[in-house]
Design a protein around this ligand. Structure first.
Ligand code: 1GP
Length: 249
């Protein structure tokens, strides 16, 4: 995924679609994949914090049948490792203080990951309060960073970068009512050189535009794209316009 690093250097923006194997039905997945042939995306993220049906393999196989887009696992625990993907977000939940999600689960997953052949993407994962408790906050037993504390997010990201993490993911949580604020994104952008991923509650082209403008390198959108067929074309337009303006410079 050196592409994420080179995008960061060139200023190119990227769009990732999150597919939660627990939520998406076969038909909805097929429809969504069809739409991405017309409106291509940069990555598929596959995962969720609570996956009760272990169907990662089937979801990945379905994507492979219809698309060449790289697939990144977004695991909630080591049971979600699936070697047929291309890469995995090796998430350290640095907004929290639960050692299990900072290092414990990683020790369990390490030998599996080493054998898997997946590209490992060491990622500082920051949960940001969205106004309601999220599944990931509950499952991980951690408190998110308050929505209106950009400086806490900035210092957390700085520490993560110093610890050697390669990506920063600011997540308001799947289906969040309130997306991560532009102030917080801008503060993290000013604090670290790493590629920044932002997700949770992005439901309009305007929100995506604001997130990119504040310094996000890649947005992750799940619920919004499944619920609103017009969102993918809108996001695609926003990304294209950003990237065209870079080429012109
Ligand atoms: C959640 O960032 C992702 O981890 C995507 O969230 O489903 O709200 O787009 P949404």
């Amino acid at each position: 995924m050196t592409i994420l690093r080179s995008n960061r250097l060139s200023g190119r923006k990227a769009l990732a679609v999150l597919l939660d194997p627990d939520k998406i039905g076969q038909r909805a997945l097929g429809d969504l994949l069809d739409r991405t042939t017309e409106y291509p995306v940069d990555f598929f993220l596959v995962g969720g914090s609570l996956v009760t049906d272990y169907v990662h393999k089937e979801v990945i196989a379905a994507i492979r049948r219809q698309s060449d887009t790289p697939i990144i696992l977004f695991p909630g625990n080591p049971l979600h490792i699936e070697s047929s993907a291309d890469a995995v977000l090796f998430l350290s939940l640095i907004s929290g203080r639960n050692p299990e999600f900072l290092i414990g689960q990683h020790v369990i997953a390490a030998p599996l990951l080493k054998r898997s052949g997946l590209e490992i993407l060491p990622t500082g994962y920051m949960l940001v309060d969205s106004g309601a408790q999220t599944t990931v906050s509950y499952i991980s037993g951690t408190m998110p960073i308050p929505h209106d504390k950009p400086s806490v997010a900035a210092c957390t990201a700085m520490a993560g970068e110093m610890l050697g993490l390669k990506l920063m993911y600011l997540d308001a949580g799947s289906g969040a009512r309130r997306a991560v604020s532009t102030d917080m994104i801008a503060a993290v952008r000013a604090a670290v050189d790493l590629p920044i991923i932002v997700g949770g509650g992005i439901r309009s082209g305007e929100k995506a535009y604001e997130a990119f403008k504040a310094g996000t390198d890649m947005i992750v959108v799940g619920n919004g794209i499944e619920e609103d067929p017009d969102l993918l074309p809108q996001l695609s337009t926003v990304v294209r316009e950003f990237n065209q303006s870079i080429v012109r410079i």
